[in-house]
Ligand binder design. Structure first.
Ligand code: F6P
Length: 369
C-alpha cells in the first residue's frame, strides 16, 4: 500500500463542470514535479471497461503538449459520462434490456496489471462513492469534489458552482429589462438536482423576487401574492427563479426522464408547470427560460480555476505524503482532507437556518412559504 509512487491516473466522471480541465492540468503539473507519470482515463472509467470504443486507447499517457493551455477551458479533455458507474455498469442483455453489473474488480485488476499506483478521481457524489469503493478494494485513491450543484457534503464548495452561479446571475440580470418592459413574470429554471444552491445564490445575486428551492415546499399562492403586491405598488413585473428539483405542485418532482439502468432520473420541466400555475393565479403574461446545460458550459470563473488548481495539487501532495482514501476539501482558509467514507452517499442541501436563506428573507424575496 505504501510503495513509492511512479505512475498515477486521473479520471473525470459525472456531469462536466467548469474547472475540470484546471484540475487535470494541476494534477499533471504537480505529478511531473514529483517525477511521476500521469495517465488519463477516458470518459470516467469507460476507457478501461469499454476499450473497444477507443481505437486510440481508452487510457492515455498525458503530456505537456496535451495539457498546456487547457486550464481556462470548460469541459474535460478526458471526456466524462454519467452512464459508466463501474459498480452498476449498464450492460445490454440478449433481449435488448439493460441490467446493472458490478465491474469494479476489473478496474482494480487493470491498475495492478498496468502498474498504476494511485487514482485521482474527480467527480460528484456518485463518482466519489465509486472512489470510496475502489479504495476499499485496495486502490490508493484521492477524490476531488466537483459539481455545479454544490451539493457535496464535507466541503465548503465544489468547483464549478461559482461559474454556474455567475452565468445564471448574468441571465437573470438580462431578463429584468425585458420582464419590466412587457410587465411580465419571467420564470427562470436552473439546474441543481435535489439542492437549491444554484437557485438561491443566483436568485440573490440577480435580484429575483421569488426563489423556489427543493428544501422548501413551495406554496404558489404565496408566490402569486408576492407578484400581485408588486403589481399594486406599480412594479408590474417579477423574476421567479426555480430550482429544477423544486416541489411546488402536490410535492411531485417534475422529471424530464425517469431513471433507468445505470442512469439516474433526469429532472426538468418544473419551470413550465410553475409558470402555468402563476399565470392562472395572477392573470399575468408569463414566460419561462430554462438555463439547463448552459450552466455547465463556458470558461471556469477565476475562483473556480483557483479552487480547481488548489484541489488538483493538494490531491498530488496527499498521495506524495502517503495519504489516500480521502477527498480534498475546502475548509476556509485551507484545503484539507476528509475521509471518503464520510463523503460517499451524503448530500449537502441548503440549510434553512443559515444566513443565506435569512438574507433572502430580509431582502423581501419570497421563498414560497
Ligand atoms: O449534477 C450536475 C447536473 O447538471 C444537474 O444539475 C442536473 O440535474 C444533471 O447534472 C443533468 O444531467 P444530464 O447532463 O445527464 O442531463
Amino acid at each position: 500500500m505504501n510503495t513509492p509512487l511512479r505512475r498515477i491516473a486521473i479520471s473525470t466522471g459525472g456531469g462536466d463542470a467548469p474547472g475540470l480541465n484546471a484540475v487535470i492540468y494541476a494534477v499533471f503539473s504537480a505529478a511531473m514535479r514529483q517525477g511521476w507519470e500521469c495517465l488519463g482515463i477516458r470518459d470516467g472509467f469507460n476507457g478501461i471497461l469499454q476499450p473497444q470504443h477507443y481505437p486510440h486507447g481508452g487510457v492515455e499517457r498525458l503530456s505537456w503538449e496535451r495539457v498546456r493551455g487547457i486550464a481556462h477551458l470548460g469541459g474535460t479533455i478526458l471526456g466524462t459520462t454519467n452512464r459508466g458507474d463501474p459498480l452498476r455498469f449498464p450492460t445490454q442483455q440478449a433481449d435488448g434490456t439493460f441490467v446493472e453489473i458490478d465491474r469494479s474488480d476489473e478496474i482494480v485488476a487493470y491498475f495492478e496489471r498496468e502498474g498504476i499506483d494511485a487514482l485521482v478521481c474527480v467527480g460528484g457524489d456518485g463518482t466519489l462513492a465509486i472512489a470510496h469503493a475502489l479504495q476499499q478494494k485496495g486502490l490508493r485513491v484521492v477524490g476531488v469534489p466537483k459539481t455545479i450543484d454544490n451539493d457535496l457534503d464535507k466541503t465548503f464548495t465544489t468547483f464549478g458552482f461559482d461559474s454556474a452561479v455567475a452565468f445564471a446571475s448574468e441571465c437573470i440580470d438580462r431578463l429584468h429589462s425585458t420582464a419590466q418592459s412587457h410587465e411580465r413574470v419571467m420564470v427562470v429554471e436552473v439546474m441543481g438536482r435535489y439542492a437549491g444552491w444554484i437557485a438561491l445564490h443566483a436568485g440573490i445575486a440577480g435580484g429575483a423576487h421569488a426563489i423556489l428551492i427543493p428544501e422548501i415546499d413551495a406554496d404558489l399562492d404565496a408566490v402569486a401574492r408576492k407578484i400581485m403586491q408588486r403589481d399594486e405598488q406599480g412594479r408590474r413585473y417579477a423574476l421567479v427563479v426555480v430550482a429544477e428539483g423544486a416541489l411546488p405542485l402536490n410535492g411531485q418532482r417534475v422529471l424530464a426522464a425517469p431513471g433507468q439502468a445505470g442512469q439516474a432520473e433526469r429532472l426538468g420541466g418544473v419551470g413550465e408547470s410553475i409558470a402555468h400555475a402563476l399565470a392562472q393565479r395572477t392573470g399575468k403574461d408569463t414566460r419561462v427560460v430554462v438555463l439547463g446545460h448552459l450552466l455547465r458550459g463556458g470558461s471556469p470563473s477565476a475562483l473556480d480555476r483557483v479552487v480547481a488548481k488548489r484541489f488538483g495539487t493538494a490531491a498530488v501532495r496527499a498521495l506524495a505524503q502517503g495519504v489516500s482514501g480521502v477527498m480534498v476539501s475546502l475548509a476556509y482558509p485551507n484545503v484539507v482532507h476528509v475521509p471518503l467514507q464520510d463523503v460517499a452517499g451524503r448530500m449537502k442541501r441548503v440549510p434553512l437556518d443559515g444566513d443565506t436563506v435569512q438574507t433572502a428573507r430580509d431582502l423581501g424575496i419570497c421563498l414560497g412559504d
